[in-house]
Design a protein around this ligand. Sequence first.
Ligand SMILES: *Cc1c(COP(=O)(O)O)cnc(C)c1O
Length: 385
Amino acid sequence: MHTNPSHGFGTRAIHAGQTPDPSTGAICTPIYQTSTFVQKSPGVIVEEYDYSRAANPTRTALEANIASLEGAEHGLAFSSGVAATGAVIHLLSAGDHVVLCDDVYGGTNRIFHRVFAQLGIEITLVDMTDLEATKAAFQPNTKLVWIETPTNPMLKIVDIPAVTRLAREHGAITAVDNTFCSPYLQNPLSLGADIVCHSTTKYIGGHSDAIGGVLAMNDPNLHKRLKFIQLSEGAVPGIQECFLFLRSTKTLHVRMDRHCDNAMRIAKHLEQHPKVERVIYPGLESHPQHAVARKQMRAFGGMVTIYLKGGLAESRAMLEKVKIFALAESLGGVESLIEHPAIMTHASVPADQRAKLGIADNLVRLSVGIEDCNDLIADLDQAIG
Ligand SMILES: *Cc1c(COP(=O)(O)O)cnc(C)c1O
C-alpha cells in the first residue's frame, strides 16, 4: 500500500491505501461487489478475506486511506457516523460513566441519552470550554470522554490537549468527533485523543450523496476491540459507498481550502451586516476561543452560525428566500446549505438544553459550499433583506 506517512496531505489523500489493481492495472481501487470469497482449502484464505462483513478489499483501502489522513495506525469504516459513534460507546459496560460535550451533534446526544442510558451508561453533560467544570464532571467510574470540536451548532472550540490530559489523569479514554474539521484541518490523535470519529457523510464524502462513518486509532488493543464490535454488530458500509468515499478523499484538501476561504469571507461580511446580531466563526477574532482554534486547527472550517436581529419570523423569512443556499439538514457538501437548528437538526435536543446552549429562534446555521463566494454573499444579502 502507498501509505508513506512522510508524504504531504494531498499525496496521501490521493494514494494512501491504494495500489493499481495487480490483475488489470486499473488505477482506481475496484468495487469488490462480493459478499464472500473462495477459499483454497478450508480456512486457507487470500489475505484476510473470507466474508465482506468482516473485511472487503474496497473497504480495506478506504480504512487505510482515512487512517493515513488522520496520522493513525488503524482505520475502521461504518455504515454511518452514528454507527461509528455507537461502536465506541459499546466499549463501555453498564455502570460506566461518560463525560459528554454539551453541544454535540443531535444524533450523538440522542444515542447517548435515549439508547445507551437505558443500558446503564451514566452521562454528564458539560461545557468543555470550561476546564474547571470539565474537571469537576469526572467520577471514579468515568471511562470515556466524548469531545466534539468545533461543536454543533454553537461552534465552541474545545481545547483537545487540555481535555485529553484530564481524561488520562482520570484513567478514561477520549474520543473526538472530528467531522466538522475533516482530517485536513485537525488531527486529534496528535493532540492526545485515543479515537477519532468522522461522519464521512459530511466533508470526507463532500458531495451529499452517501452516508458513512469512520474511526481511526493508534492503540492496537483499542483497534482489536473496535474491529470486533464492527464485525459483531455488522454496521459496515456498502461497497459502493466505500468506493465513493475513496474517490472523495482525493479532493478533500482542495475542497476544504475553498470551504474555509468562502466561510471566512462570509463570516466577515455578515459581521458587518446591520440585520445580523452576531456571527460565530472560529476564524474571527471575536470568537471566544479563537486562540485555541489557532493552536489546534490549520484553518477554521466551512460552518458559520449567525444570530439574526429579530426572532422566528426573521429567520423563517431568510430561510424561505435563499436561492443558492439550499434549506436542508446536513453539511460539508460542495453545495451551500442553510438550516434552522431549533426546528431542524436539534429538534431532538430537549428544549431546556437548547435554551441553555443558546439555540434560539433567531439562530441560523450555514454550511458554506465551494460555489463562487460573490454569488453566495449576494444570495445571503437578498435573503436577509
Ligand atoms: C452528521 C454528523 C454525525 C452523524 O453522522 P451520520 O453519518 O449522519 O450518521 C455525527 N457527528 C457530527 C458532527 C455530524 O455532523
